[in-house]
Write a protein that binds this ligand. Structure first.
Ligand SMILES: Nc1nc2c(c(=O)[nH]1)N[C@H]1C(S)=C(S)[C@@H](COP(=O)(O)OP(=O)(O)OC[C@H]3O[C@@H](n4cnc5c(=O)[nH]c(N)nc54)[C@H](O)[C@@H]3O)O[C@H]1N2
Ligand SMILES: Nc1nc2c(c(=O)[nH]1)N[C@H]1C(S)=C(S)[C@@H](COP(=O)(O)OP(=O)(O)OC[C@H]3O[C@@H](n4cnc5c(=O)[nH]c(N)nc54)[C@H](O)[C@@H]3O)O[C@H]1N2
Ligand code: SF4
Ligand SMILES: [Mo]
Length: 842
């Protein structure tokens, strides 16, 4: 048994984790000594041990779909890249990296592209995430500095959450807030979000403003603060209360209450994330928020500040190494002094002199044939970029697509000519920086599987192929970290706040043992801040008679992005196992949509199918669907097929939160459940959703063209024996091979209710008695069947039905439910849902 202190690879809270390996079993618990979480973990963090298996992993390099040796893969990649550079120049090559790479990997990628290939075409998924926040900070402070810490949330009088569903997306930080508020009943919490989310659970005030209207709210607040005159203040005079209320679609009293609280609070923190950043005017919205903190003096002291929470585990590290196409390394810019400094430090004569292509432009350039080689590392753009049909077409037409991945099959890797197997969490070694600028170690505690290698190693080998080996001759991530830290200190003279001089001379052993370390900010730096004038704009979507709804998108509690790591874990799919579309009761009634019914949502770009959820927390005229589902987990479940690539002109960040769409209820001819030992080539007319089950493939299906005959032909074609039943509109089919159950299928005009766990069991050990097989064919278990309902508490697998029963029996608070069933007592992220169920009863 060994225990290793490391860091969670999911969200930007950056929780410390203690991983324990017992024989082959990995288990994790929160690290009490880590300042970010002090021992707590959320559901995703707690389930990390269940994600370290090797199923689905990419374990060997592949060239043109054939497994090959590293030598062969590197030679081929090197010669194909050299050929493109020789003929078309370095601008024809691009890297698309990720805020989930470690700092060392990220530094290496940036150095190779900007410093040695000599074009700045390296951009990252942080463009879709943090780039507006970066522009906001740089315009205000002259540098990308986040002037807050998690402690501020505990030492404040007012917390404003804007465009953040932290209860689900930064759960441990949210739990810290819940605790702080319990400890200080005078503290107030305001949530600003068009939807009523789980985060609203602790809100004293929820402002369900019109989508995209946040800048109006904050410019109006600046006006109300009545601070020092200047351009920003001047513009704010045009935004009296009545105008703000009309612009935001809010009641004047609600806006006035928010303003009064903000002005009266001695200290206030504003937490903001994707509801602000992912907008055509996201940068301006960030500055509108920063301005009210500057004007009211709520900045640069404890309990105060404009706090942009980072999404990914190392979004901040990416900003430090200059992973975006329009920055240089170590918070330097494309200015003559910085260019010369970086070139001297790297000993390069080829350093890119102008900014490169930003994510959306980059894929447009691939589509136009200008970029001919792209290397994608640690991100899944075929799912996460807007207008995904166009992205897929661009990738399909690109002469050289290289992908560094941990998984064999992703929507993006399907387009790859060369696949590099990367080490994953638990195997790789390096550092990450969280939202509060705290650098923590991710340590390896598992052996490298197959031929997988660290991302930095792959980059350094390709550098060697391109003739730059000497500048990439590191033998360990520690050497890269030391170089990165030294660059941050190089000729700094206090000009750049980001300065890791203190860490530049760590020995390998010291780096290995590094305890979480927050890089300091000199409060002086904040006093030079500038108030950027902001003219509020609304979103760029243009709803009309054909596409009357605004489609919003975001995260659900237990899934991580494109699901490559969380979508195969049964425990994490219990909460939501299909893409849903939330619709207001009024719109549902008008369109005749029933709760749980399927719906088709379409925009001018594409279509998705999701199950309708009637939600009174959803404004009329707006819809919400999760960002997670993709072609590996569904047919037509991908929201970015609909989203247009409109971007903020300053940050290049796409407006992922607002798209004009229409919704039509879909009553398919049949719906079914399919269990199978193997993948099968379903006809393209069938819609399906993959469910996470142990050991067997389970799909929920729906369609208009009959499927049963196709399935029967498929099974007989395999030489399996069939057992078929048809009663009324219901059909079922079992396929056997020598007493082993190979496939089971149940269909009806409505989705059949089945004894799921009995069926799963039958695939592990098939029932041999005729009566049992008959029950199975009917989708029932021979014994009594207990239906748990939707799982609410994923930590202890407590279902809706047990909770309703306990409420009926007298449990009248989340605490009482916890005492009886344990639900909500571990990570606490289901407490808002428990409370909602208690409310329905009341
Ligand atoms: N469970 C889970 N947690 C995650 C992630 C995950 O995939 N799963 N990903 C991580 C990453 S990378 C990120 S970036 C963060 C994102 O964290 P969040 O930003 O909290 O998450 P989202 O669900 O994308 O969006 C937040 C909210 O913005 C609201 N919103 C939409 N339009 C507007 C608007 O015009 N104004 C306002 N004020 N609000 C609006 C949405 O209704 C939504 O509730 O989460 C991180 N944490
Ligand atoms: N409509 C809509 N679209 C959105 C958003 C939204 O709210 N709405 N949010 C946007 C935001 S904020 C973000 S951050 C993006 C996220 O979108 P992506 O970055 O595309 O999503 P991930 O699933 O995190 O992709 C990470 C990939 O890296 C692989 N991987 C994991 N570990 C490693 C490793 O160590 N090395 C390598 N090489 N690969 C690894 C994973 O298997 C996975 O395929 O989505 C954006 N897209
Ligand atoms: S809050 Fe974020 S960092 Fe912490 S355990 Fe959950 S996903 Fe991991
Ligand atoms: Mo993100």
């Amino acid at each position: 048994m060994t225990e290793t202190r490391t860091t969670c690879p999911y969200c930007g809270v950056g929780c410390g984790v203690i991983a324990r390996v017992d024989a082959d079993e990995v288990s994790v618990r929160g690290d009490e000594s880590h300042p970010a979480n002090r021992g707590r973990l959320c559901v995703k963090g707690s389930a990390l041990g269940e994600t370290t298996g090797l199923a689905g992993r990419l374990l060997y390099p592949e060239v043109d779909d054939q497994p090959v040796s590293w030598d062969h893969a590197l030679d081929t990649a090197g010669s194909r890249l050299r050929e493109i550079i020789d003929i078309h120049g370095p601008q024809a090559v691009a890297f698309y990296a990720s805020g989930q790479l470690l700092t060392e990997d990220y530094y290496a990628a940036n150095k190779l592209m900007k410093g040695f290939i000599g074009a700045a075409n390296i951009d990252t998924n942080s463009r879709l995430c943090m780039s507006s926040a970066v522009v906001g900070y740089k315009r205000a402070f002259g540098e990308d500095i986040v002037p807050c810490s998690y402690d501020d949330i505990e030492q404040t009088d007012l917390v404003v959450l804007v465009g953040s569903n932290a209860a689900w997306t930064h759960p441990v930080l949210y739990q810290r807030l819940v605790q702080a508020r319990n400890a200080n009943p005078a503290m107030k919490v305001v949530v600003i979000d068009p939807r009523r989310t789980a985060t609203c659970d602790i809100a004293d005030l929820h402002l369900d403003l019109a989508p995209g209207s946040d800048a109006g709210l904050f410019v109006g607040l600046l006006n109300a603060i009545d601070g020092e005159e200047g351009d920003a203040q001047q513009l704010a005079h045009d935004w009296p209360l009545a105008r703000v209320a009309a612009f935001c679609g809010l009641a004047e009293e609600a806006v006035a209450t928010f303003y009064a609280w903000f002005i009266a609070a001695p200290r206030a923190v504003t937490l903001y994330t994707m509801g602000i950043n992912q907008s055509v005017s996201g940068s301006d919205k960030c500055n509108a928020i920063i301005n009210v903190h500057l004007a009211s003096g709520k900045i640069g002291r404890s309990g105060c500040g404009p706090f942009s929470l980072t999404g990914q585990p190392n979004a901040m590290g990416g900003r430090e190494v200059g992973g975006l196409a329009n920055q240089l390394a170590a918070h330097m810019n494309f200015t003559p002094d910085d260019l010369s400094r970086v070139a001297r430090f790297w000993g390069s004569e080829r350093l890119a002199q102008t900014p490169g292509l930003m994510a959306v432009e980059l894929f447009d350039a691939i589509a136009r044939g200008e970029v001919k080689a792209v290397w994608i590392m640690g991100t899944n753009p075929a799912v996460s970029l807007p207008d995904s049909h166009a992205v897929c077409q661009a990738l399909a037409a690109c002469p050289l697509v290289m992908v560094s991945e941990v998984m064999r099959d992703t929507d993006t890797s399907r387009f790859a000519h060369i696949r590099f197997p990367a080490l994953g969490w638990g195997e790789k070694d390096g550092t990450v920086t969280n939202s509060e600028r705290r650098i923590s170690r991710q340590r390896s505690f598992l052996p490298a599987p197959g031929e997988a290698k660290p991302d930095w190693w792959i980059i350094a080998r390709i550098a060697q192929q391109l003739g730059h080996g000497a500048a990439f001759a590191w033998d360990h991530p520690h050497a890269i970290f030391a170089e990165h830290a030294a660059l941050s200190a190089f000729e700094n003279h206090g000009e750049r706040v980001f300065n890791l001089a203190e860490l530049a001379s760590l020995t390998r052993a010291q780096w290995d043992g590094l305890v979480p370390w927050q890089w300091p900010i000199d409060p002086e730096a904040l006093t030079r801040a500038r108030r950027v004038p902001v003219v509020p704009q609304t979103h760029g979507a243009t709803p009309d008679a054909l596409y009357p709804f605004i489609l919003n998108s975001g995260r659900i509690r237990d899934q991580w992005h494109t699901m490559t790591r969380t979508g195969y874990v049964p425990r994490l799919m219990q909460h939501r196992d299909e893409p849903t579309v939330d619709i207001s009761p009024a719109d549902a009634a008008r369109l005749g949509v029933q709760d749980g019914q399927l719906a088709r949502i379409s925009s001018a770009r594409g279509l998705m199918v999701a199950r309708a959820q009637i939600n009174s927390g959803q404004r009329a005229g707006e819809l919400f669907a999760p960002m997670h589902w993709n072609s590996c987990f569904s047919r037509q479940g991908k929201i970015n097929a609909l989203v247009e690539g409109r971007c903020d002109p300053h940050s290049g960040q796409p407006e992922s939160k607002q798209t004009a769409v229409r919704l039509m209820p879909w009553q398919p001819a049949w719906q079914g459940e399919l269990y199978s030992r193997d993948e099968l080539p379903l006809p393209s007319s069938v819609c399906w959703w993959r469910k996470a089950t142990a050991g067997v493939l389970r799909l929920t299906l729906a369609g208009d063209k009959p499927l049963l005959a196709w399935l029967m032909a498929h099974c007989t074609g395999q030489g399996w024996q069939l057992q078929v039943a048809q009663v009324g509109d219901r059909s079922s089919l079992l396929a056997w091979l020598d007493g082993t159950l190979m496939l089971g299928y149940w269909e009806g005009s409505a989705l059949p209710t089945l004894a799921q766990s009995y069926i799963e069991q039958a695939f592990r050990s098939a029932p041999q008695q005729l009566a049992e097989r008959h029950a199975l064919l009917n989708g029932q278990s021979p014994g009594e069947q207990v239906d748990q309902g939707r799982i609410i508490c994923s930590c202890f697998s407590i279902g809706e039905n047990a909770i309703r029963e306990a409420i009926a029996e007298g449990c009248d608070s989340a605490a009482a439910l916890g005492a009886k069933l344990r639900c909500g007592t571990n990570c606490g992220s289901c407490v808002p849902e428990l409370k909602a169920m208690l409310c329905v009863k009341a």
